[in-house]
Write a protein that binds this ligand. Structure first.
Ligand SMILES: NC(=O)c1ccc[n+]([C@@H]2O[C@H](COP(=O)([O-])OP(=O)(O)OC[C@H]3O[C@@H](n4cnc5c(N)ncnc54)[C@H](OP(=O)(O)O)[C@@H]3O)[C@@H](O)[C@H]2O)c1
Length: 368
């Protein structure tokens, strides 16, 4: 028998509360698994290599009575999030031992993956228009990098953050040479890709983040005007360096309000995240002062979640992004946490603002 530790979701935090280790998130070492004989029931057995804590997982901790775009975690059940796994045994066509997979997986060392009978089809032309289906993010076979790039790239450039940035830039921002784009939370996994994709289009990039280390990281990625929003306000900075033509928003609140004021008529806004209010009780949320400008400036503002745009742009993503990464034109930094026991802390750090760790936070559960 082999030890099979996991991270259990023990209790729902209040909507604005950071989860706490030992109260909401528990490292459970009590279970074992027989890797040779555990029944697969038509599925496949995987070993977890990398876990990718992401802000959207906070949404999944909420009480199911609160409406949102994701399903919720079950109290007492394991955490589910993105990760890279390797197949050890399989009874399912299309999945063989040694395959590397990326997608949603249970946060435990070994998993008998359920037989996924849903649509796991990345062929956009076979999808009906407007398809919204989280199954598209289920485990997919991905190339084994064989040392060409670290597996952790599947949690940044080559994973959902990269995909989110790419599809939103293609489908909403549609950047043009000479335009100015402002991206809030520019040092986040998504934001750092947005900076680089905008620079590849010849745009001027203003980018905000909550620590000086992150400001330097954004500069190293090509941001022309990176700033620390804790030292200078969004409104003040954009007044000085605007106007902007396009806005990529990971934050909302003051960042969105300042962008509404700074953006030119017919400007475009991609609303991707709400980090600025995620840690605040709903009745204390910042209220926009400049929403009246949406009509006056004919601002094209669109909220989206990544599956909205996957059907249109997934093909182009795989044609473009791995090559740009291989050419060194797209890059990312990852900060590694060692061992599955560090996953709760990595998740909490992901949700926290202002730390000095640049780039995507990843948990390395096993090296191979
Ligand atoms: N729409 C979609 O389909 C989709 C898909 C993926 C991600 N997202 C969203 O995109 C955003 C970035 O995701 P990610 O995975 O790239 O994030 P990430 O790398 O985990 O970074 C999250 C960052 O949010 C910032 N933050 C936290 N509280 C903040 C506050 N009060 N004000 C401003 N910034 C704050 C922190 O940076 P600072 O230190 O700079 O404050 C933190 O490092 C998130 O809002 C996420 O929910 C949306």
């Amino acid at each position: 028998m082999t030890s099979n530790p996991r991270i259990v979701f023990a209790k729902r935090p209040a909507p604005h509360e950071l989860p706490k280790i030992g109260e909401h998130l528990i490292f459970d070492e009590s279970r074992t698994i027989d890797l040779e004989n555990v029944p697969l029931n038509g599925g496949f057995l995987t070993k977890t290599l990398i876990l990718s804590p992401e802000p959207a997982m906070r949404e999944r901790m909420r009480d199911p009575s609160i409406p949102s775009y994701t399903t919720t975690f079950n109290v007492g059940g394991p955490i589910l999030g993105f990760g890279v796994v390797v197949v050890l045994r399989s009874e399912k066509d299309g999945f063989k031992p040694g395959d590397y997979l990326y997608g949603l997986t249970v946060w435990e060392a070994y998993t008998v993956q359920p037989y996924i009978d849903g649509r796991v089809n990345f062929k956009a032309e076979e999808w009906s228009p407007g398809t919204f289906d989280m199954d598209s993010l289920a485990l997919q076979v991905v190339p084994n990098p064989n040392g060409l790039y670290p597996l952790s790239k599947y949690t940044s450039i080559m994973g959902t953050p990269g995909l989110t940035a790419f599809v939103g830039m293609e489908g909403i921002i549609d950047g043009k040479e000479g335009e100015t784009l402002f991206v809030s939370s520019g040092a986040s996994a998504v934001g750092s890709m947005v900076i680089q994709l905008a620079k590849l289009k010849g745009m001027k990039v203003i980018a905000s983040a909550g620590s000086d280390a992150k400001v330097e990281y954004m500069r190293s990625l090509g941001a022309d005007l990176p700033f620390n929003y804790k030292k200078v306000s969004y409104a003040e900075f954009l007044k000085k360096h605007g106007p902007i033509n396009k806005f990529w928003d990971n934050v909302g609140a003051e960042a969105l309000d300042a962008a509404l004021e700074s953006i030119t008529s017919y400007g475009k806004m991609a609303i991707c995240g709400t980090s600025g209010t995620d840690a605040t009780p709903p009745n204390e949320h910042y209220r926009l002062k400049n929403a009246y400008l949406i009509m006056k400036k004919c601002i094209n503002i669109r909220g989206f979640i990544v599956p909205d745009l996957i059907p249109q742009f997934i093909g182009k993503f795989f044609e473009t992004v791995p090559a740009l990464m291989a050419q060194g034109k797209l890059r990312s930094e990852e900060t590694e946490y060692d061992g599955i026991e560090s996953a709760p802390q990595a998740f909490i750090d992901t949700l926290s603002s202002g730390h000095q760790k640049a780039g995507t936070l990843v948990v390395v559960v096993a090296r191979d």
